[in-house]
Structure formats: structure tokens, C-alpha cells
Design a protein around this ligand. Structure first.
Ligand code: ADP
Length: 273
């Protein structure tokens, strides 16, 4: 049996998967990013190997994606996150025509054509207000783990309107609302709403076409799923592997190369979009 790997070195978390030659998910791993992207890439690779009980020699092709893809020195090919998220989304939800990927520091809306090709995409500008980083500020201000933000926000009955559009000031605004007596759940719901509104406008920039698949780490947040469905007015596909969608897409590109009989030594590095 031969195996392929997909390594997604994001700005916040590194994700890795191994697929077997039939495309089955054999193992996955996730770690928080370290300052040294190359070391994080190596560590995530070792973790997926260990969890699959495989040696590195069993992996015949590795595709790297994500912000730090060029730091994956053992990668055979680099492919953009846009292509990889589209590919991963289509593999699980074949009718996907729009992907919304909300990560730790960037958000992307991707339009997919009827043949599965990427036809357009839009990304947040330098501002991180419509990304996971905005929630990171809330997590810090409320001294609460990220995984608890969504469930608490969903208990809100009187959401507070968040006016800051800057992550740097978000923390101050949250503390200010709490000091005025607003409940944490109401402040949090306001934060989630602010992100959802920004992300929805990104989706509209590429043109919303159903089905819409939500990928990236922020899709693990149930309040974001609920709010985005409300703001976009369509149901969202959310996979149990949503945060691994880029890594899975990368591994599927690796599988294409193996199936086409191409081996790493014959490859020229390319930056497919
Ligand atoms: P990147 O690829 O940019 O590193 P990811 O797609 O991996 O980003 O998403 C990371 C973000 O996902 C974090 O910043 C955080 O906001 C969110 N996240 C991660 N784990 C959870 C969780 N358990 N619950 C809610 N949000 C989460």
C-alpha cells in the first residue's frame, strides 16, 4: 500500500493528513503554530506518521499548502490554500459551488465552476476583523478557551453591537461592555455577528452560489455556523473534518500525481491556483 500526505501550515495551526492510495483518510493531526514554520511542518509530519503507524518512506508524495507551504522542505509540491480548500470541499460535498474558509488570520471566499475549477476568490485585506483572530481577542479578554465561545454566544438574548473594526481595539471594547454590565454571552454574540457580516460580504463579492461549504478552524464554532446561515440565507455544509479541508485537498492533489504515475523526482515545483 502506498500513501500520500497533505500538510497545511496555517498562520495559527498546522494540520496534516495521510491518505491511502484509495483516498481513505488514514490519519490526521493538528498543532498550534510555532514561530519556526519549518519545525512545525516537520512536527506535524512526524505526528501524522506516528498516528498512522507508518515510516516516512511509506509516503510517496507530499503536497504542502497554507501560508507556510514554502517552509515545508520535505514537500514535493506546493499548492495554494484556495485550490486545496476547493478540492477538499468538493471531495466531501460534490455540489459545492462556494467555499467560505475562515482561518486564524485570513478569510477566503472561493467560487467554484460546474467542472470543479476555481473561477474566482476574494480574501480579507490586511485587517483580521473577519477572521479567527477576532475571536482570539474575545477568548483573551474573557479568559475563556476558543471552544467555549460559540456555545456561550448562542445563549445570548440581547446581543451587543460591536463597533470596532480593528482586532487591536476589540479587546478594549469587550472589556468596556462587560464593565457596563453587559453579559459575556451578549458581548460574544455581537463579536460573532460582526465577523459573520464581514465574511458574508466577502462571499457576495464572489457571488453566492449554492451549495456553500464552510471550511477552516472557525467552522468548529457553532455560533458562527448559525449566524452565517442566517446572514447568507442558505444552509452551510460543515464537515467533521472542516479544519482539515485544506490538508485533505493537498493530499488529494498528491494522489492525482501518484495516479498519473508521476513521482517527486520528476516534478517541477509549481504554484497551482
Ligand atoms: P490557519 O490555517 O490560518 O492557521 P485554521 O483554519 O486552522 O487557521 O483556523 C484556526 C482558527 O480556528 C483559530 O484561530 C480559532 O479561531 C479557530 N478554532 C480552532 N479551534 C477551535 C475550536 N475548538 N472552537 C472554535 N474555534 C476554533
Amino acid at each position: 500500500m502506498e500513501y500520500v500526505a497533505g500538510i497545511d501550515v496555517g498562520s495559527t495551526q498546522a494540520k496534516g493528513v495521510i491518505l491511502d492510495e484509495r483516498g481513505n483518510l488514514v490519519s490526521k493531526a493538528i498543532i498550534d503554530m510555532e514561530t519556526n514554520m519549518g519545525a512545525a511542518a516537520e512536527e506535524i509530519f512526524q505526528r501524522v506518521l506516528a498516528s498512522a503507524n507508518l515510516e516516512a518512506s511509506a509516503i510517496v508524495f507530499t503536497v504542502a499548502t497554507g501560508y507556510g507551504r514554502y517552509r515545508v522542505t520535505f514537500g514535493d509540491l506546493q499548492v495554494t490554500e484556495i485550490s486545496c480548500h476547493a478540492r477538499g470541499a468538493l471531495a466531501e460535498f460534490p455540489w459545492t459551488r462556494t467555499v467560505l474558509d475562515i482561518g486564524g488570520q485570513d478569510t477566503k471566499a472561493i467560487r467554484i465552476g460546474d467542472s470543479g475549477e476555481v473561477i474566482d476568490f476574494a480574501m480579507n485585506d490586511k485587517c483580521a476583523a473577519g477572521t479567527g483572530r477576532f475571536l482570539g481577542a474575545a477568548s483573551f479578554a474573557l479568559e475563556m478557551p476558543l471552544s467555549e465561545l460559540g456555545p456561550l454566544a448562542l445563549q445570548s438574548t440581547r446581543p451587543v453591537r460591536i463597533t470596532t473594526t480593528c482586532t487591536v481595539f476589540a479587546e478594549t471594547e469587550i472589556i468596556g461592555h462587560l464593565a457596563k454590565g453587559h453579559l459575556p454571552e451578549d458581548v460574544l454574540m455581537g463579536m460573532h455577528h460582526s465577523i459573520a457580516t464581514r465574511c458574508a460580504s466577502l462571499v457576495r463579492r464572489v457571488g453566492l452560489a449554492p451549495e456553500v461549504t464552510f471550511s477552516g478552524g472557525v467552522s468548529r464554532n457553532q455560533a458562527m455556523v448559525v449566524l452565517l446561515q442566517e446572514v447568507l440565507g442558505v444552509p452551510l455544509n460543515v464537515s467533521a473534518q472542516a479544519q482539515f479541508m485544506g490538508a485533505i485537498g493537498a493530499a488529494l492533489y498528491a494522489l492525482d500525481h501518484v495516479r498519473a504515475g508521476r513521482r517527486p523526482e520528476h516534478l517541477v515545483k509549481e504554484g497551482a491556483r
